[in-house]
Ligand binder design. Sequence first.
Ligand code: ADP
Ligand code: MG
Length: 399
Amino acid sequence: MNEYALRALTLLEETFGKGGDARTFFSPGRANLIGEHIDYNGGRVLPCSLSLGTYAAARRRDDGRILLVSADMPGETVSALYAELLSLPQEPGSYSRFGWGAYPLGVCAKLARAGFSSGGFEMAVTGSLPRGSGLSSSASLEILTCAVISELYGADLDGTAAARLSLEAERDCAGVNCGIMDQFVCAVGRRGEAVLLDTHTLDYEYIPFDTGDCELLIMNTRKPRRLADSKYNERRAECAEALRLINENRLSPYPSLCAIAPEEFPAAGRALPPALLRRARHAVTENARTKLAADAMRRRDMAELGRLFNASHDSLRDDYEVTGRELDSIVNAARAQEGVLGARMTGAGFGGCAIALALRGKAGDAARNIARIYHAETGYECEILEASTADAPFGGARG
Ligand code: ADP
Ligand code: MG
């Protein structure tokens, strides 16, 4: 058994006692390879599930009580009655008293309301992901809860339903406004593959992510994402306003910014003031880059994928303005290294993580140099993680 799974099992037994039929579970975190800030603009995104994630040990209880403990949140054991959740208003105010438990309890409530009935259980969790760093530890915890409930109570849940209900839990119960990508890839990701997800239709396909001679470096700036939430909401509002202005005098309105083809954009964007023009241009060009990136991955053309990483970051820095000093510093440091094919921020921005594609033999030296340069420029000690892709609970069997 993996050391984290063992830790979760030990914590379960130490906290709630031995006995019963405990099982262990894993749900990955995710890195978005490309397609940033377009999951709420109807675009295509290309994330992969990571071998870093969240582990649980869990077993049923017959008294209708849900008990939760996390090795990562000492002293914050959570207790709720399943029946009580059914009548609790689905709003952050009702869930805030549960602390981190708002995520798993929100998922329980959403599953119950959608007819995936369950009951009491106890669960101990521990994660190998940095939390609050843009690798989606929150979605990982939500999908983990879906996996636990569907296993313990035989709920016939598929990946799409798990992702949708987890997203609703994050929005309504935890009060975090986000797109569907995180929950989706944490639910259906697979080892050796990325997920090309159309966020408008939720159609998805697996794209081989065979890095060949390359390694994916995950570079955690360790800069707290203080601005991320407010700026995220601001960007969403700006995109909604840009779409409204573009559609104002159109007979057939675009359903989303990403429905605008790059060649249509110069005409469509004429209606926009300069700042909104840049936001919309990022959405349109990023969506096009995502398609090109999937094509490059199918051809195993990592050099092209690296170039697209660079172009994506530049657009997020200049047009979308969500990078900031630390992400720009770490990305520039990565790009300056021999053997690095490209680098970009990943996640919401303003801190959190960036990713780089590096030639395998060069990745170690590159990581050391990046850490040194980044520290000299910003004063932060970064964390550089080597992660591989991993199977998610609802990824299904390979065809
Ligand atoms: P991100 O999803 O980028 O990691 P968020 O702020 O969205 O950051 O989610 C982090 C929150 O998710 C934590 O503050 C905590 O409430 C919850 N969480 C994630 N992982 C765990 C864990 N292993 N144990 C307890 N809570 C967790
Ligand atoms: Mg999150």
